[in-house]
Ligand binder design. Structure first.
Ligand SMILES: [Zn+2]
Ligand SMILES: [Zn+2]
Length: 352
């Protein structure tokens, strides 16, 4: 039987931290839909690839009914080049090509989800390779979870780019439906042996998913570019559990406001998915305004305690041991004990 290979290629860069549960749910719903569709059950095989600064295969091509959605990790960076290199390797390795003796798999459907522009330019050469050797035999559908994306970049590898404007329950449900319909339509067309053209497979836009007219919206790509500085990420460590957290900041009129602080889902995977040259974000703490979360691990009230090693951790100034001139804390990153000024605590006041 000829299989319909489907690849979900999912951006799990840090800025996705707040949206991960929704994306997880979206994948669950897609699988649920496909599991109730006889055509999809028969033909669809799904692989999940995640990428940040690097890419990892969470599961190779697998029949729908045997697949349970893996928990999504996070990583640092957004490297489209790594994502597509990994995708090409997986296609080479797992998609059966047609030959004189056998009919191979159907053209793979690739759903590429991203919420940000690439932080590396490696995509340029990788996209060239994709276009010269793979593009003819695959169907890429780009789905942007961020309004301010440079469409011209994904426009190099797909004409089918869709935008969802917000990530909330309602939208996620709509997106899951839309993706399932794309897959079902393709499976049905294949099952019926109809003369089937790719463009039939992908439904047009609806309330949730908006097709981007690349020819028109592409003009003046600069306008669509989110400046790299709009979202800043700080990785902190809980001083009680020694586990890491991810704090996100959004730029607002020259200052930064916290968008949330989240438990890092899988630290080992985070390190695998983060590129070595990910220089890490620095943020001028004097520019931070507004309230901040407490530690997502232990609820300590301060999460931006600075150590002279350059890292931040959580603390509770009220409960810390008092010493002359401040309080005594131990940095969970470097292990050094230091005296911290108690006054304007937490933001850049560490004396190490
Ligand atoms: Zn903590
Ligand atoms: Zn330290």
């Amino acid at each position: 039987m000829r299989r319909l290979p489907i690849f979900f290629v999912i951006d799990v860069s840090e800025s996705m931290a707040g949206n991960l549960p929704d994306v997880d749910k979206c994948l669950q719903m897609i699988l649920g839909e496909l599991n109730s569709d006889p055509y999809a059950l028969e033909t669809a095989f799904i692989s999940t690839i995640v990428f940040a600064g690097r890419a990892e295969v969470l599961n190779g091509l697998q029949e729908v009914y045997t697949l349970s959605v893996p928990k999504l990790p996070l990583g640092g960076g957004t490297d489209y080049g790594e994502a597509f290199s990994c995708l090409m390797r997986e296609i080479d390795r797992n998609v059966v090509k047609s030959s004189r003796d056998q009919k191979g798999d159907w053209k793979p459907l690739i759903f590429f989800f991203t919420d940000g522009n690439p932080t590396s330019t490696s995509y340029k050469s990788v996209f060239r390779k994709w276009n010269s050797s793979y593009a003819k035999n695959a169907n890429v559908i780009g789905i942007s979870l961020a309004a301010k994306l440079d469409y011209s970049i994904l426009g190099m590898v797909t004409e089918q780019l869709f935008l969802i404007d917000s990530v909330d329950q309602e939208t996620i449900r709509g997106l899951a439906k839309w993706v399932s319909v794309s897959i079902k339509t393709t499976s049905v067309a294949i099952g019926d042996g109809k003369n089937f053209s790719d463009s039939d497979a992908i439904p047009g836009d609806n309330e949730t998913v908006h097709r981007i007219n690349l020819k028109k919206d592409n003009a003046g790509g600069e306008n669509n570019v989110i400046s790299g500085n709009d979202v800043k990420v700080i990785i902190g460590k809980c001083s009680k559990t020694r586990r890491r957290y991810i704090q996100l900041f959004a730029r607002e009129d020259g200052s930064y406001r916290e968008k949330g602080c989240y438990v890092m889902p899988d630290e080992e995977m985070y390190d695998k998915l983060t590129s070595v040259d990910n220089s890490g974000d620095t943020i001028d703490t004097a520019l931070i305004t507004g309230d901040m979360s407490s530690c997502p691990h232990c609820q300590n009230p301060v999460i931006l305690t600075h150590c002279s090693c350059g890292r931040v951790f959580c603390s509770d100034p009220e409960r810390a041991e008092r010493v002359f001139g401040g309080i005594k804390l131990t940095c969970p990153w470097c292990g050094s004990e230091g005296c911290y000024g108690g006054g304007n605590f937490g933001v850049g006041t560490g004396l190490g």
